[in-house]
Design a protein around this ligand. Structure first.
Ligand code: SAJ
Length: 424
């Protein structure tokens, strides 16, 4: 199948790069979002997300006229739904954006169109939720129009290269739909394109992120055991990983982001009787900020009334994304223990988070600090020279929660140095 026009619904971390790459391959693309601030910003050349190379690509494609940004869905040969699927407080999937996006396509759907759902979704969403909505158009899914599920698998910070190079799975509601999906993505995907059915593709995505969550949970649980037995977890992991079939991930302050900390719950919701290990891993990772806060409280001899310079709020290094961030959770726990926390996040100077006091300069956080906590291993923080910090703060205690700093250097600069299950 040939595609010359495309409408991408949702201009977030996936939709915007996807729309821009398609435009760079010659398609005429409408990027649609319901958020007028985002649309106005993009049309004025302002990015609402930070991702290496994205700004240049979007500006080029806007200039070429192949990419147009709008609050309205446009008729097109193909539609891609790339809207968020967050969860409610009780961890059930919030499918409202997927439902609204599907409904917004109905008035524009024409015979022969292809619709692709990219949003991470519970098993059977494509066949049980999206197809019936689109069929309100009077057209039959799989016969009059084609429908497939194709998850994104890219790592924030590397989105533009991974979108092109990663293998892509396309699950059709019938084989013709999957093949049409391959014809579309072949415009830019260099990785292998694997065709399957829609529900398998949904499961594949959930299994990928769930297995990563479980692997991080065991690393976090090992860190707690190591703390109890006075073992340096980092040394222990590096030795264990010399075994040819062992690859333990990094313990940390918890698991965040809009993917790994969310997606496993979709399996728990869909089959609570079966998804026992999945649920336990989620709980372990969710408890990790509280565990680390307790540890900081202990090494600081109590936090009540103390000022903490807290470095990093993003959910992982070198991104500006604070969604579900364990660093923000950790700040809340430190505050609950009585600390006054001044948080510095170089990728987002003011995230307007309720109950988090942010400063826009590192020095402002350090000025009256009783202790310094490193929450996220941004490169900018890794490169800090402790000798430079010494004169800028009354603090003599450093807690590196993510093993980014060299203990000996901080000790040479006169600091007492502590970390998560760390001796060396
Ligand atoms: N983390 C650890 N220890 C580790 C690795 C990660 O504590 O050893 C933490 C990070 O600090 C972060 C969280 O886990 O808080 C998740 O970070 P991540 O880098 O593992 O993953 P994401 O959420 O940025 O992206 C994941 C990726 N999935 C997998 O690696 C299986 C990505 O490929 C997906 O496209 C993305 O989820 C998504 O959109 O689903």
């Amino acid at each position: 199948m040939d595609f010359s026009t495309l409408c991408v619904i949702g201009m977030g971390y996936i939709g915007l790069p996807t729309a821009s790459i398609f435009a760079s391959r010659g398609l005429h693309v409408t990027g649609m979002d319901i958020n007028t601030d985002i649309i106005n910003g993009l049309n004025a050349g302002q990015m609402h997300i930070f991702e290496p190379g994205l700004r240049e690509l979007v500006l080029d494609e806007l200039k070429s006229g192949r990419l147009q940004i709008s609050t309205q869905v446009s008729p097109a040969d193909a539609f891609i739904i790339a809207v968020p699927t967050p969860f409610y407080d009780d961890k059930r999937a919030d499918m409202r954006a997927v439902i609204a996006a599907s409904e917004s396509i109905v008035p524009h759907l024409q015979p022969g169109n292809l619709v692709i759902l990219e949003s991470t979704s519970p098993p059977r969403t494509t066949v049980d939720i999206v197809a019936p909505i689109l069929e309100k158009s009077g057209l039959k899914a799989g016969e009059d129009f084609l429908l497939a599920y194709s998850p994104e698998r890219v790592l924030p910070g590397r989105i533009l290269t991974e979108l092109i190079d990663n293998a892509r799975v396309i699950g059709g509601i019938n084989p013709q739909s999957a093949q049409a999906g391959r014809d579309l993505y072949a415009a830019f995907v260099k990785g292998e394109i694997i065709l399957t059915d829609a529900t398998t593709a949904e499961m594949v995505k959930l299994m990928e992120n769930t297995s990563r969550d479980i692997n991080i949970a065991i690393a976090n649980e090992f860190s707690r055991l190591a703390q109890r037995f006075d073992v340096d977890i980092w040394e222990a992991i590096s030795i264990a990983n010399l075994h040819p079939r062992v690859e333990i991930l990094r313990p940390g302050i918890g698991v965040g982001g809009h993917c790994i900390s969310v997606d496993p719950w979709f399996l728990v919701e869909a089959a609570p009787d079966e998804a026992q290990l999945v649920k336990t891993a989620r709980q372990i990772n969710d408890e990790q900020p509280a565990f680390v806060a307790d540890l900081i409280n202990q090494v600081a001899g109590g936090l009540n009334g103390k000022t903490v310079a807290f470095l990093g709020l993003a959910f992982k290094p070198n991104v500006d994304d604070l969604r579900e961030s364990p660093a923000v959770e950790l700040v809340h726990h430190l505050q609950a223990a009585g600390a006054k926390v001044l948080a510095y996040e170089p990728f987002k100077h003011n995230a307007h988070l309720p109950e988090v006091q942010q400063v826009s300069e590192l020095d402002a956080a350090l000025l009256n600090a009783d202790l310094i906590v490193l929450g996220v291993a941004h490169d900018q923080f890794k490169n800090i020279d402790p000798a430079d910090i010494q004169g800028k703060t009354p603090s003599t205690l450093v807690f590196d929660a993510v093993r980014a700093w060299d203990k000996a250097k901080w000790e040479q600069a006169g600091f007492r140095f502590c970390g998560l299950a760390r001796k060396h």
